[in-house]
Design a binder for this molecule. Structure first.
Ligand SMILES: *[C@@H]1O[C@H](CO)[C@@H](O)[C@H](O)[C@H]1NC(C)=O
Ligand SMILES: *[C@@H]1O[C@H](CO)[C@@H](O)[C@H](O)[C@H]1NC(C)=O
Length: 194
């Protein structure tokens, strides 16, 4: 009898605990996204027009871009699976998103700066810019899904403030996608189905 009573007494606490895990797992996904942004950004910084090994660097950039995209999509699933967040947890998540925003914009800025290298990625001749344009469109869509999923779980007043944070991100994506819609280079490789 006693164990049953104890179990009954403990149950409400164990049912309450997923809420604490939700905020932690959303913040953990944001941290993973930030770390993947930093990795991709560092690789971009080693990539210059005319590099002899630029084909290899393009493959590395592509692979790290895929990893970043997967981490954004995984953050979306995590947020979708979460309970609605209370005021304190919403503040914690909103603060993490505020830190993420300038990093996304900085990465997009750095991608734009490297357009000449993408335009002449292989043998100074072949442009992989259409691939970058496709990646940017995919990441834009993933970012929109992620932000919708997170905002849906935030308590007031954060949902009404979300546009202020996401607006500059989507403006930057639109700018970068427009820039990369001009393939450049002598020969432009079409986007690969990856
Ligand atoms: C990306 O690299 C540039 C050039 O070093 C740097 O200014 C910028 O802060 C970096 N951004 C991120 C998100 O790491
Ligand atoms: C990027 O995503 C935003 C938000 O969903 C959307 O409004 C915009 O049209 C997208 N941009 C491009 C170029 O696909």
């Amino acid at each position: 009898m006693l164990p049953t009573l104890l179990l009954g007494a403990l149950l409400p606490f164990s049912l309450a605990s997923p809420i604490a895990r939700d905020v932690n797992s959303i913040v953990a996904s944001i941290n993973t996204i930030e770390s993947n942004i930093a990795t991709l950004n560092s690789t971009l910084n080693t990539f210059n027009k005319g590099d002899l090994d630029s084909g290899l660097k393009v493959l590395k950039i592509q692979s790290q871009t895929n990893t970043l995209g997967d981490s954004i999509d995984s953050g979306t699933s995590t947020a979708q699976a979460s309970e609605p967040l209370n005021a304190d947890d919403s503040f914690t998540v909103a603060s993490a998103v505020l830190t993420l925003q300038p990093q996304v914009i900085s990465l997009l800025d750095n991608i734009e700066q490297h357009k000449p290298a993408f335009d002449a990625a292989i043998l100074n001749l072949v442009s992989v810019t259409p691939q970058v344009e496709q990646d940017l469109k995919n990441q834009n869509a993933s970012t929109a899904a992620f932000s919708d999923a997170v905002v849906a779980k935030l308590a007031d007043p954060y949902p009404s403030l979300a546009g202020t944070v996401t607006g500059p991100i989507f403006s930057k994506f639109n700018e970068a996608i427009a820039l990369f819609s001009n393939a450049g280079g002598v020969i432009a490789l079409p986007p690969l189905p990856i």
